[in-house]
Design a protein around this ligand. Structure first.
Ligand code: ADP
Ligand code: MG
Length: 488
């Protein structure tokens, strides 16, 4: 599908290599209760305070499927434009671990609830790729072993035990660390729009197993290594960069890649072997006799489909079409549902491009600088809209608008009233502007002599006049006037 672009290939001693990546993403389902019990899924509770008898695997307990979690999985499948399987099966994946009291994880193996789908991903260089989704299945999370709270014992916290996860498996369609990062970012955006996973990687709500192999362009797929449980988008990129280079070096030194499970050490920026294929688990999957196959009818799916929110791709297309924004700007604005809504509130009934410019450059810039989420913004959409209006009707210049934004950000208040009170209005008195222009010209005869040969100097003159006028002169008027007076 994705023909390897030259720039994505990696140089080795023997020529160029192509990296092939597939992700298995574990996304915690947004739900108050667990997948098969009524216990709470709240984050950060006292250890073992959100554990039902089912989660603790007490003898004789029976799992009961949480309908809401199934709805969430189906919604996600629809958001991934995937086939929904009206009948699927829960299996037991058997393994022993202290934080898994059942001795098996209930998962879906051969018959997942969601089949093949696709995700459209826009890359930074403007290219768009399509990444295949292999499947999505529901499964339980395990508990957590804690090794650093007691000198000689390990402790177990079962709060996470039984929490619903969606495992979303991509096809091996990704060809670089950049593509993998962009895919995961897009997937997270879709999940957040749907409200089916909060995408909070710091809390472990979203984590990825990263499968990496290398091959000569056009050759058959190489042997892959799977890097387990990577918990940030940045680390996914670093792990791929390290791992692909490691594999290329081994093959070029005459060795071969062992299929193995590795972990990413974020302190060292490297991957390390965890277990190889010989030690690999045999999970002895079989369908869980405590649970009937999961079945629902078309009407159930249709109802969920009818309730889907506008998804990122559709929103982006609408922003381009109805607001006349560039695809790039539209892509930035739709990154979060909250930012898209905020923009639309600012743009309502105004010059949408001007609104987009201010929101992206000033407002997002400021949020990023402070590491703030839009929900914590001290400036409201209404205040921002008022600033855009003040620029639009010529009351203030773009430069003053930045100062005004800064004031509103720090002190709050009605932008129009602030402009009045602090005398920030754009100078409309052409006489005063002319005076400032004349002053600057008179003070800089050397620059005046140069400007004809170096037209770039005009910008310097404009800057000086704006400085003289405290930024209140209209830059276009200053520009005009300077050109006339300097004879250029
Ligand atoms: P398993 O279930 O044994 O882990 P799968 O075949 O389901 O294996 O693949 C798991 C993940 O590995 C998928 O995301 C898939 O895209 C990816 N993958 C499969 N083969 C390769 C390969 N040769 N190189 C990179 N990724 C691969
Ligand atoms: Mg796997």
């Amino acid at each position: 599908m994705n023909a390897p672009a030259k720039s994505k290939l990696i140089k080795g001693e023997s020529g160029e290599w192509e990296v092939v990546i597939g992700l298995e993403v574990h996304a915690q389902v947004t739900s108050n209760a667990k997948l098969f019990s009524g216990a709470s899924t709240a984050f950060g509770g006292e250890p073992n305070s959100h554990v039902s008898l089912v989660d603790a695997a007490m003898p004789g307990m029976l799992p009961v499927i949480n309908r809401y979690c199934v709805e969430q999985a189906v919604k996600t499948g629809l958001g991934l434009k995937a086939a929904i399987n009206n009948k699927s099966v829960f299996d037991r994946k058997n393994y022993f671990y202290p934080d898994l009291p059942q001795g098996y994880q209930i998962s879906q193996y051969k018959s997942p609830v969601v089949g093949e789908g696709k995700v459209t991903v826009d890359l930074a260089d403007g290219e768009t790729i399509e990444v295949g989704i292999e499947r999505l299945h529901l499964e339980q999370d395990a508990g957590k072993s804690i090794h650093d709270l007691h000198p000689t014992n390990s402790l177990v916290d079962l709060n996470r035990s039984g929490v619903a996860l969606m495992e979303i498996v991509s096809k091996p369609d990704l060809r670089s660390a950049d593509e993998a990062r962009a895919f995961l970012t897009k997937l997270r955006t879709i999940l957040r729009y749907l409200g089916t996973c909060d995408g909070d990687m710091e809390k472990g709500s979203l984590r990825a197993d990263v499968n990496v192999s290398v091959r000569k362009p056009g050759a058959a797929l190489g042997t892959r290594c799977e890097i387990k449980n990577v918990n940030s988008i940045r680390f996914v990129g670093q792990a791929i960069e390290f791992e692909s280079r490691r594999q290329i070096d081994i093959i070029e030194d005459g060795g071969k890649i062992d299929q193995e499970t590795r972990l990413f050490d974020s302190n060292k920026g490297e991957t390390r072997s965890m277990r190889n294929k010989e030690e690999a688990h045999d999970y002895r999957y079989f369908s869980d006799p405590d649970l009937l196959p999961l079945e629902f009818d078309e009407a159930f799916v249709a109802r969920l489909k009818a309730d889907l929110p506008e998804l990122p791709d559709e929103k982006k297309a609408r922003f381009v079409k109805s607001y006349g924004l560039s695809p790039y700007d539209a892509g930035v604005l739709i990154g979060e549902r909250g930012t898209a809504d905020f923009f639309e509130e600012v743009a309502k009934g105004r010059d949408a491009k001007a609104a987009a410019n201010f929101v992206i450059n000033e407002f997002f810039g400021r949020l990023n600088k402070e590491g703030k989420d839009i929900s914590a913004s001290p400036v409201s959409a209404k205040q921002l809209a008022s600033i855009v209006d003040l620029i639009g009707d010529g009351t203030i210049s773009g430069k003053i608008a930045k100062d005004l934004f800064e004031i509103v950000w720090n002190e709050g208040g009605d932008p129009r009233a602030i402009v009045e009170k602090r005398g920030m209005k754009q100078m409309t008195d052409t006489g005063a502007i002319e005076k400032a222009v004349d002053g600057v010209i008179a003070k800089n005869p050397d620059k005046v002599a140069e400007v004809k040969a170096k037209p770039n100097l005009l910008g310097w003159f404009v800057g000086q006049v704006l400085k003289e006028t405290g930024g209140k002169a209209n830059p276009a008027a200053v520009n005009e006037l300077l050109k006339k007076k300097l004879g250029i």
